[in-house]
Ligand binder design. Structure first.
Ligand SMILES: [Zn+2]
Length: 249
């Protein structure tokens, strides 16, 4: 491959340095993503709660409207019944016999019962409206509180995303640059190790005579080999690539 041929000869020590540098960059990317991690979920939860409350409110309003319509319908029906009653009463003045009079009296009685029923049902509907109004007020109040929370969380998220996105983009660029210095086979191994490890570490320094990834002891001779950086040495236990102890200043 032309690309491989044009790559400069790199010593193992340089490769190891480049690998460790790459690890540090990628660990920083992991750190940023962890910070951001929970916030989008929290914002999503609030958004779900808001839409749930909105659905609830419009459902209550819909039910209240139906009850209003019912009351109005019963009011109109009562008027019709009253009109019918006065019509029957008038007819009672012009009956030819007792049977006709009684028949009209029954009609009047029926209409009066209807009026009573409409009145009872309307009163019940009014009680139900009052109860629903209480629920509506509760939900509306909760909604306005939650909207304040949501706006604050979303602003926080936007700020953090804005701040960290730039940093992350730069780190990703640096990570790509670092990978170019390392041959593909090693990058492949590095990525596979990173994918397998929970903490995303595939290149670790020796830490107090032990592997910095799995903390198993490393024999002294092996530690010397690691220090010399003459070849790529992996941990016998976890397979991570080992680099010399770093002295933090
Ligand atoms: Zn190990």
């Amino acid at each position: 491959m032309a690309g491989a041929a044009s790559k400069k000869e790199v010593s193992v020590a340089e490769k190891l340095d480049a690998l460790f540098e790459l690890q540090k960059i990628d660990s920083e990317i992991d750190r940023i993503r962890t910070i951001r991690g929970e916030l989008p979920l929290e914002v999503q939860d609030l958004e779900d709660e808001l839409s749930g409350l909105e659905t609830r409110i419009s459902k209550i309003q819909e039910e209240m409207k139906e009850l209003d319509t019912e009351i109005l319908d019963r009011k109109n029906a009562t008027k019709d019944a009253e009109t019918a009653i006065s019509k029957y009463k008038e007819q009672q003045n012009n009956v030819r016999n007792n049977r006709e009079f009684e028949s009209l009296a029954k009609e009047i009685e029926f209409q009066e019962l209807e009026i009573k029923l409409h009145d009872k049902k309307s009163k019940e509907a009014k009680v139900r409206i009052a109860n629903k109004k209480e629920l509506l007020d509760e939900a509306t109040e909760r909604l306005s509180f939650r909207q304040v929370d949501f706006k604050a969380k979303q602003a926080e998220l936007n700020e953090i995303v804005g701040e960290t996105q730039k940093e992350e983009d730069e780190l990703i660029k640096r990570s790509e640059e670092a990978k170019k210095k390392i041959d593909e086979r090693l990058v492949f191994a590095y990525n596979r190790l990173r994918g397998n490890a929970k903490n995303g570490l595939s290149v670790v320094p020796v830490d107090r005579d032990a592997c910095g990834g799995c903390f198993n002891k490393i024999p002294p001779q092996r530690q010397l080999d690691i220090q010399s950086k003459k070849k790529v040495i992996v941990c016998e236990h976890c397979g991570r690539i080992l680099v010399p102890t770093t002295i933090e200043d």
